[in-house]
Design a protein around this ligand. Sequence first.
Ligand SMILES: [Zn+2]
Length: 245
Amino acid sequence: MSNKIIFSIDVEPDLHTGKFDGITIGLSIFEGLCDKHNIKPTLFVTGTCIQEHPDIFTKLKKKGWDISSHGFSHKRFDEMSFSEKEDELKSVLKLFKNKLKMVPKGFRAPQHSIDSDTLDLLEKYGFEYDSSYTPLNLLQLFFFPSRFKKWLGNFISPLNPYKIRKNLIEIPTSSLIIPFVSLTVRIFPKSLIRIYLYKLRWFYKEPVFYAHSWDFIKLNESKVDSAFSHKRFIKNLDYLMSLQK
Ligand SMILES: [Zn+2]
C-alpha cells in the first residue's frame, strides 16, 4: 500500500520572535529531508516571508515545489471585512507575480480561518484549491471553546478532496481525532507514528500532513520545544517520510 502523503509547511515569521530563522535555517533542513526521500512538498507562504526572502522561494519553485499562499500578513481571514480580504488576496497575487513570476495555485488561511466569503474570493481570483479545513480534529474542538461552532463545522466536513465551489477544490488537512501535524510527530514515538499513519490511510486517500517553518529550529521561549525538541521532530519526520514508500 503506497498512497502518498502530502507534506505541507505553513511558512510564516517565527513563533514568539517574529524572526525568519524558520526560513533561512528551518527550510533548508526540511529541504534536505525532502531531497533524501524524493518528496515535492507544498509551502503555504505569507506575503511578508516572500518580501523578505524571494530568492529562497524562487529556488524551491524551480525544484518543482508547490509555492502557495498563507495570506499576506498572517491575519485571520474570518476577522477581516470583505474588502480587507479582497485587498489582502490582491496584494498576495501582485507579490507572487512581481517577486516569484508565478500565480499561486493553493491557499491555506492563517489559523484555518477560512470562511464563505474567502472561498468566493479565492475562486474569483483564480486559485485552484484551498487547504484550510480540518475534519475530525477533536483537539481543535476542545482547546478553542470560543470557536466551538466554527470547529464543529470543520469537524464534520468531508475528509477527501472535493469541489467546494464550481472552480475551487478543497483539500482538507488530515486528522483522526488527533491532527496529522508537527505536534503529533514531535510527541509520538516512532511505533505510534507508524500505527497512526496506518489508521489514517483507512480514511484519507492521500493524507495531508502539515508543520510550520519554525518547527525546524530551536525556539527558546517554547515549552513544546523544550519538552519535545525540534531535533526529535526532525528525526521523527525523517521516519514518517520513509514510511510513504
Ligand atoms: Zn500560520
